[in-house]
Design a binder for this molecule. Structure first.
Ligand SMILES: [Zn+2]
Length: 134
């Protein structure tokens, strides 16, 4: 049961592995926390509930990574975007499926899920963003 999972990064990635983008919502003040945290940074409340996010939003800013950490070196250059989800929270992630010259702040993107690769790293399932075709 989702409701029994602790509000941690581990839980967040476990749910990503099930194809769900979930955040925590503070029941005291309504703030969304993605990835979830057990304690609200605004009101210090710890009464949280899981909320599934639609996974769509707009690119707020982006960076092109040319010098990547060793495990990603062969994929460089790649794009990391900060996406403001429709629910109002920001989530950073890889942005794929767009040419660098077509990158735009404000473009709409949707989350997609990537299973754990068979390589040693990363062993966790993850998510990335892809533009929504107009
Ligand atoms: Zn709160």
């Amino acid at each position: 049961m989702i409701s029994e999972l602790p509000f941690t990064i581990d839980s967040f990635y476990k749910l990503v592995g099930e194809g769900k983008l979930m955040g925590a919502r503070c029941k005291s003040c309504g703030r969304f926390l993605v990835p979830p945290r057990p304690v609200c940074p605004d009101c210090y409340g710890s009464d949280m509930e899981w909320v599934e996010l639609k996974g769509e939003g707009v690119v707020e800013s982006y960076t092109i990574i040319h010098i990547a950490p060793p495990q990603f070196a062969q994929e460089a250059p790649y794009v990391v975007a900060l996406v403001r989800l429709d629910e109002g929270v920001r989530l950073p992630g890889r942005l794929v499926g767009v040419k660098q010259e077509e990158l735009k702040v404000g473009m709409r993107v949707k989350v997609e899920f990537v299973g754990p690769s068979t390589d040693a790293w990363p062993a966790w399932p993850t998510y990335r963003f892809r533009p929504i075709s107009p």
